[in-house]
Design a protein around this ligand. Structure first.
Ligand code: SF4
Ligand code: SF4
Length: 123
């Protein structure tokens, strides 16, 4: 989720599609970290990594995602979300998605945003 305006707050698809993994240095249990550790799990394979709980196994849904996808959602830790969430489709909230944003929206039966790749019309 890249923003707080209508495109993302009426979507949330990416938060229930992708594995959200990041460096353990971002955890608030680490010096200088900010992501609430209680919302995360350690990565068993890559010990230097953590991931948002709920995004590691299918069906994926981050535990911090509140609300109904495609209707109204919010991130319970928005100001403290990890770097992949901050970096994801940064223009989406201004109407310009990208391929990963578009893929997530399609998986959740939402049309791609204007400005997203749109080569494949919805069936
Ligand atoms: S899939 Fe795109 S529009 Fe939907 S919440 Fe994520 S970044 Fe925003
Ligand atoms: S931390 Fe927030 S923005 Fe990141 S995946 Fe979870 S609900 Fe989405």
């Amino acid at each position: 989720m890249s923003g707080k305006n209508q495109n993302c707050t009426r979507c949330g698809a990416c938060c229930a599609t992708y594995l959200v993994t990041f460096s353990r240095q971002e955890l608030d249990s680490e010096s200088g970290g900010w992501v609430p550790t209680a919302f995360t799990d350690s990565d068993e394979i890559f010990s230097r990594c953590a991931h948002m709980r709920g995004t590691h196994h299918r069906p994926r849904r981050c535990v911090a995602l509140m609300g109904t996808i495609g209707v109204e959602v919010s991130c319970a830790i928005y100001e403290q979300r990890p770097s992949p969430c901050r970096d994801f489709a940064q223009e989406a909230d201004f109407g310009h998605g990208d391929a990963r944003c578009g893929d997530a929206r399609r998986i959740h039966h939402l049309p791609p945003l204007t400005g997203s790749y749109d080569a494949f019309p919805l069936a």
